[in-house]
Design a protein around this ligand. Sequence first.
Ligand SMILES: [Zn+2]
Length: 359
Amino acid sequence: MKESKINKIKGKENKSSYVLFLYRISLALMLMISLLAITGVKSAAASESKNSTADYFKDMGDKTVRIRNLSLNGYSPVEWYVIGSDSETVTLLSKSIFGTSIYTDHDVNVLYNNSDLKAYVESLIEDGKALAMLKDLLAEASGFGKVPYILNENAVKTLSETKRRGDGNSWWLRDKEKLSNHASILYLYKYTDVYHSQMESYDNTVRGQNIWDSCGVRPVIKLDLNKINYNPRSRVFYLKHTHKWDLETDSKNSNIALVKCLVKDCPYGQNEEYKFRLTVADKNYDGSVVEADLHKYPGFHKEIFLSDVYYEGRNGTVYKKNILPPTAKGEYTAFIDLSSGEGTSDNNKITLSDDFTIK
Ligand SMILES: [Zn+2]
């Protein structure tokens, strides 16, 4: 009796809050329609490309990305700034200089296309060189082909100061005129500004450099997103492969799944586990259904499939396995299945469970 009374009162509250809810919804809709009238074209374009890899590169600012297993001189990983992207490609500028080169050997008529500088930067993808592993993963860079290249002054003008500065060395740009023994560099000089409390400042400007002198080389690469994968959580590119998922239930928590890929060098692998959690909280009886909380940790891969949550009574509560959440008093267990999907060689599957009570 007592319970049904509570239910009735609850029902009344629900009804009035429902009317309020409708009112709010209609207000929100009106606002949305007027906003859409203004920004209609823009929002349509934004929703088209949602969830594609390219979306991760918008608004990256001065954050850097890495390429799995690509290091400079065999130890320090190379950091890259994202300087452009579309649905198929991403363009990266190395933060560090890869070495030094002259612009050209003696002849003042030589322009970038015939320069030692161009030969140097393009040779970086040859066997045994720093970027050899990227040889088949590059997209067509306009005017150059599928090779690393050097930025020009115009492109550099659009970069932030941090990106121009990179690791603090001066670096070559492509720009040079015929009959000139100077070509452009991004000149970097770090100095201590005694008038401003010893602050470190940088001269960060385009200047001319003698073509026979050596200067830093910062390669630009345009990666083909159809040929390389990206993990947005760790901001790492990795060679495309069929993931070999390993699903395990956490040894201490039957409601937590640990997910990793067993393929060597996959960023979803070895030292990083991507978790998933199922939770159903205990509750007092009020006639309503329980709600399961499904929590995917950041980076949880979309190739892992989740079943519906299903429920079963325990400790004498009679409730057959069912996807309908229970409402009556009793003790229950909630379940969810995780699987690595069809078409993979090891079609791995685990079941998570969480006990709960309706008091
Ligand atoms: Zn993998």
